[in-house]
Design a protein around this ligand. Structure first.
Ligand code: NAI
Length: 332
């Protein structure tokens, strides 16, 4: 099939070319992000492959459909950036990659926790400059601390396993029953109980209209003073302005982000020679107890191999007239 591949980076080209080697789809690797301005580049391609900061609201889907696209293959787990109702109305099939490596994201969340707690980012800078003072780098043992997970799906459960190994008490909130919770030593409780008890709060739920700004001034006020907040899910789960207020007042002691509300204008590009116009983001990165990575929690060899393989399999299934296993638009 002809595939228009948006937001291409060199690593995408490498992994997808390898996964496609024995399948022969004609992939057009395009560098621009998919937006209303670039959607016409997909003209004549039956498949559009999109990433997390590509934009797929109804008007973009309409342009794609008119240009001959029939399958939208998201190379991500999250699908908050696609208007699924509009896709169904237009007869477009949408697939995603729901489980590539929950370990990749869970391990990145732990990396943020440990780096923040032990001030690794600051220690590294000091040592590079010949400053071996450890004043100001005091941390705490994770052992014995309470970690609250918001969302106990694939990533949440994987993180719970790791944290159990550290000797943490793990609490979680999830609207769905999680049969494996007890096996992974997780206590399910209400959001209020999680917020009140947790020394570390880590977000692992999808971005939906209900979870948008789940962390705002009100929920922050219900957390323990000095809490560590980790977000590797989606930026808009957090009201960034409220979090900055929380950091300045000391209510939030540490902030680790892999995602940011307005990341689409920043992430995945080298902007080191330009000024960052986003004053909220600029403020955040000046704070010593804030650690931000640019949406890279998924970025492991294992995860990229699975993302490429699963996406090519979905395209193969679609081409053969089968309903792809990870279709988001199938009936029922
Ligand atoms: P999943 O679908 O396995 O689990 C999500 C869980 O959140 C489900 O159990 C669901 O019931 C729960 N949930 C839904 N609404 C909730 C609420 N209001 N409060 C608490 N829990 C709620 O998804 P998975 O694979 O664990 O991924 C979680 C999120 O991680 C994705 O939606 C995606 O946004 C993000 N992600 C980020 C990546 C990165 O590179 N930073 C990579 C992959 C995923």
């Amino acid at each position: 099939m002809n595939v228009a591949f948006f937001s291409t980076k060199p690593y995408d080209r490498r992994f997808f070319t390898a996964a496609n080697a024995s399948h022969g789809h004609a992939i057009t690797f395009l560098e621009p992000r998919l937006t209303s301005e670039t959607a016409s580049l997909a003209q004549g391609h039956e498949v559009v492959c999109a990433f997390v900061n590509d934009q797929l609201p109804a008007p973009v889907l309409e342009v794609l459909r008119a240009g001959g696209t029939r399958l939208i293959a998201l190379r991500s787990a999250g699908f908050n950036h696609v208007d699924l109702m509009a896709a169904r109305r237009l007869g477009l099939t949408v697939v995603h990659v729901p489980r590539y490596s929950p370990h990749a994201v869970a391990e990145h969340a732990v990396a943020l926790m440990l780096a923040l707690n032990r001030h690794i980012h600051r220690a590294h800078n000091r040592v590079r400059e010949g400053n071996f003072s450890i004043e100001g780098l005091l941390g705490f043992d994770l052992h014995g601390k309470t970690v609250g997970l918001i969302g106990l799906g694939k990533i949440g459960l994987c993180l719970a396993q790791i944290l159990h190994g550290f000797g943490c008490r793990v609490l979680a909130v999830d609207p769905l029953p999680v049969p494996d919770a007890a096996k992974e030593h997780v206590t399910l409780c209400s959001l209020d109980d999680v917020l009140a008890a947790a020394d570390v709060v880590s977000l692992h739920c999808p971005l939906t209209p209900e979870t948008r700004h789940l962390i705002d001034a009100k929920t922050i006020a219900r957390m323990k003073r000095g809490v560590m907040l980790i977000n590797t899910s989606r930026g808009a789960l957090v009201d960034t302005a409220a979090v900055i207020d929380g950091l300045l007042s000391g209510q939030i002691g540490y902030l680790g982000l892999d995602v940011y509300e307005d990341e689409a204008e920043l992430f995945y590009e080298d902007r080191s020679n330009r000024l960052i116009a986003d004053s909220v983001f600029s403020r955040l990165i000046t704070l010593p107890n804030v650690l931000i990575t640019g949406h890279q929690a998924f970025f492991t060899n294992e995860a990229l191999t699975t993302i490429a393989g699963t996406t090519i399999q979905s395209i193969n299934d679609f081409a053969a007239g089968r309903v792809p296993e990870f279709s988001l638009t199938k009936a029922g």
